[in-house]
Design a protein around this ligand. Structure first.
Ligand code: HEM
Length: 333
């Protein structure tokens, strides 16, 4: 449900809303994107062949299916962009949603339709796979750790009264919640290898020569679990992202800035990658994850079903690292 909620949020911010939208427009936006994208990202595509391109030469049903789903997605996005273009209020000079901006770019020749579709798909991918699965991990980890969840709730309840939802302005007063979110992003790095890059020129890294043209992947998962940088890396310890009472910066953040924005991610804590090609959407993602986590944990309590035991925390490695699907007992605070 959470990745799907993120997909719906992305869909609205990309395509906006207008009273003139047809039922078919709404259906494609609400249901069809959801179904196709869920199939692309969660079940079928995204295996080792995404990182090792020559594997695609072998017959592979998953790749074929992912290509088919991606084509379906392009058809839907194409339809939705046309739908935005015929809205009476559509004004390329006064954009109300991202689709307005893309259409303006197409008009000036800066973009073609294929690039607009690719861009929209990337945005959906980021929202569904990364933000969504990071929140899914967070709830799972806290359901298995009731004492951590209670401490998050106590902190939230002491700052945010029950009759309003937490807002981003509350963030500085909630350091433990921040520690829990950052630790979740380290402990379960949803984007373990970032995206494949190619060396533009021959260079040397750590004594190894990387010839020009080599495909390069950063192993963020390993960096986040390397004992040289983290004490007990396989334990979930939110405190490592909290400053000490004497003001000493949090050990987890001294080497890699996470917040405040603008973030130039570097060092040992790099859930958004590092350098010039780091995730362009980290600002939005940090806010989206924080709002979802704070509002869910302020209002609800999450636990495994009675007698079901702890939820499995195994990682499913695809393009993103996801949990296995799970069910939780949710009660209102
Ligand atoms: C928790 C949320 C997210 C995480 C952990 C995350 C992580 C990453 C990482 C690790 C990379 C690769 C960086 C590298 O290779 O050095 C990346 C790239 C990228 N991300 Fe995100 N991401 C998140 C959310 C999003 C969202 C919501 C979007 C879109 C709306 C997005 C769009 C992109 C794009 C377009 C790139 C490619 C940038 C480039 O190659 O220049 N990401 N992200």
């Amino acid at each position: 449900m959470i990745p799907r909620g993120n997909l719906a949020m992305m869909a609205r911010s990309i395509f906006g809303k207008s009273p003139s939208d047809t039922d078919e427009f709404e259906r494609k936006l609400e249901d069809q994107i959801d179904a196709v994208f869920y199939a692309i990202g969660t079940f079928k595509g995204a295996g080792p062949e995404d990182y090792i391109p020559w594997l695609k030469r072998f017959p592979n049903g998953a790749v074929k299916e992912a290509v088919r789903q991606a084509e379906l997605m392009d058809g839907i996005v194409d339809f939705l962009l046309d739908g935005v273009g015929v809205r009476p209020e559509h004004d390329p000079n006064n954009p109300a949603c991202l689709a307005d901006i893309l259409l303006a770019g197409e008009k000036t020749g800066e973009l073609d339709r294929a690039s607009s579709c690719a861009l929209v798909s990337d945005l959906f991918g980021g929202g569904l796979d990364n933000i969504g699965h990071q929140v899914v991990w967070l709830l799972l980890l806290l359901a298995n750790r009731p004492r951590v969840q209670d401490r998050v709730y106590e902190e939230l309840a002491s700052v945010v009264p029950p009759d309003r939802a937490p807002g981003i302005e509350d963030k500085p007063s909630l350091p433990y919640l921040f520690g829990v979110i950052a630790e979740t992003m380290r402990y379960k790095t949803v984007n373990p290898f970032g995206l494949p890059h190619r060396a533009a020129q021959t260079c040397e890294v750590g004594g190894f020569t990387i010839p020009a043209g080599t495909q390069v992947l950063g192993n963020m998962y390993y960096i986040h679990h390397d004992e040289r940088f983290w004490d007990s890396p396989y334990d979930f310890i939110p405190e490592r992202f909290m400053p000490s009472p004497d003001g000493t910066p949090a050990p987890g953040l001294t080497a890699g800035a996470f917040i405040p924005l603008p973030t130039q991610t570097s060092g040992n804590f790099i859930p958004f990658g590092a350098g010039l090609r780091a995730c362009p959407d980290r600002g939005f993602s940090e806010i989206a994850i924080w709002l979802q986590a704070s509002r869910l944990l302020h209002r609800y309590h999450f636990e495994p079903y009675p007698n079901a035991g702890a939820l499995p925390e195994d990682e499913v490695f695809r393009l993103s690292v996801t949990s296995k699907p799970y069910s939780l007992k949710v009660s209102r605070r």
